[in-house]
Design a protein around this ligand. Structure first.
Ligand code: PSU
Ligand code: MN
Length: 307
């Protein structure tokens, strides 16, 4: 019987950083395999790691490779995931036992990246957007497992809000019900991924990485288990036209219904569709907001180490 430690493979650099109390930022791999096309996905993933280093922390990209829970992928492993793309299995919490036992490769979503980060002892995780409550969830019951994970796993997730392919209002209600704080970084408005504002408010505005770290520290010191959402708006220069993006999303949702796409295929389908219709403009916005989140993630991780 394998123990947890035997399943977990933490890179030497990341293990050393954790053991010596240096800041580490976790990164997911579904964004690489399913979120962006090759080779932009690999370029972006490597640059994200560099940005985290430039801001004083150690990056730990996470995936499952041949059944091993890998925390701190090498450049070659990132290249492999990016090239293999959606042939790698999108792996959320429920998929982990299958991928591990059958020694397969799995790209981790926000939910499963949080799980592996927590196993390794990493508290901060930067990504693009989290999953949420889908539009028409009242009939499809499509609610991302990311939200349930945020309720129970103690990792802070820095994101640019949730895409309006989701129902942002219902997503915020769900997070409230499960006790997940949603902090706006220098904003009161919940960002909507491609745009800075969604028309909904976050719970609290916090203006410095230090304040965010203090808030996270207080939560976990009080044994209030679970994660937090740190919503960091896309930089203004890259934000998109709200009306145009809404129209694109509505068309993509219609196509999805017509083609009968559902379940775990929904999110990747919508992302690819939007990128195609906007001729790569949304992809550029997506890349820039991930860079922005990586930099903030590194700063928060540093402040958290100082608490
Ligand atoms: N939202 C994005 N980009 C992404 C994802 C979501 O803007 O790449 C990915 C993340 O890995 C997220 C997952 O955890 O999709 C959610 O999928 P689902 O809705 O099937 O839970
Ligand atoms: Mn879903």
């Amino acid at each position: 019987m394998l123990t947890l430690e035997q399943h977990l493979e933490v890179s030497a650099e990341v293990a050393n950083a954790i053991a010596t109390g240096q800041p580490v930022v976790a990164l997911e791999s579904t964004i690489i395999s399913h979120g962006m096309p090759y080779p932009k996905n690999v370029e972006t993933a490597l640059k994200v790691e560099q940005i985290i280093r430039d801001n004083g922390a150690i990056p730990a990209t996470i995936a499952i490779l041949q059944g091993k829970l890998v925390v701190g992928l090498s450049c070659e492993q990132i290249e492999y995931l990016g090239k293999t793309g959606s042939d790698v299995i999108k792996t959320s919490r429920r998929d982990i036992p299958y991928i591990v036992s059958q020694q397969k490769d799995g790209a981790t979503t926000v939910a499963s990246t949080m799980i592996l980060a927590e196993m390794a002892g990493i508290k901060v995780f930067a990504t693009g957007g989290i999953g949420g409550v889908h539009r028409e969830a009242e009939t499809t019951m499509d609610i991302s497992a990311d939200l349930q994970e945020l309720a129970s796993t103690s990792v802070a997730v820095i994101c640019a809000g949730v895409k309006s392919i989701l129902d942002i209002g219902l997503t915020l209600e769900y997070l409230e019900t499960y006790g997940v704080p949603v902090m706006g970084y220098q904003t009161k408005d919940m960002p909507a991924f491609y745009t800075q504002q969604s028309g909904f408010e976050v719970d609290y505005q916090l203006d410095t990485p230090e304040q965010i770290a203090q808030c996270l520290h207080a939560k976990w010191q009080l044994a209030l288990e679970g994660g937090a959402v740190i919503a960091n708006p896309i930089p203004e220069a890259y934000s998109m036209d709200a009306k145009a993006i809404e129209k694109t999303i509505e068309e993509a949702l219609k196509d999805m219904q017509e083609q009968g796409v559902s379940g775990k295929q929904s999110t990747p389908f919508l992302l690819a569709r939007i990128a195609k219709v906007t001729e790569g403009k949304s992809l550029e916005a997506n890349i820039q907001l991930v860079y922005n989140n990586a930099a903030l993630g590194a700063k928060i991780a540093k402040e958290l180490c100082a608490q």
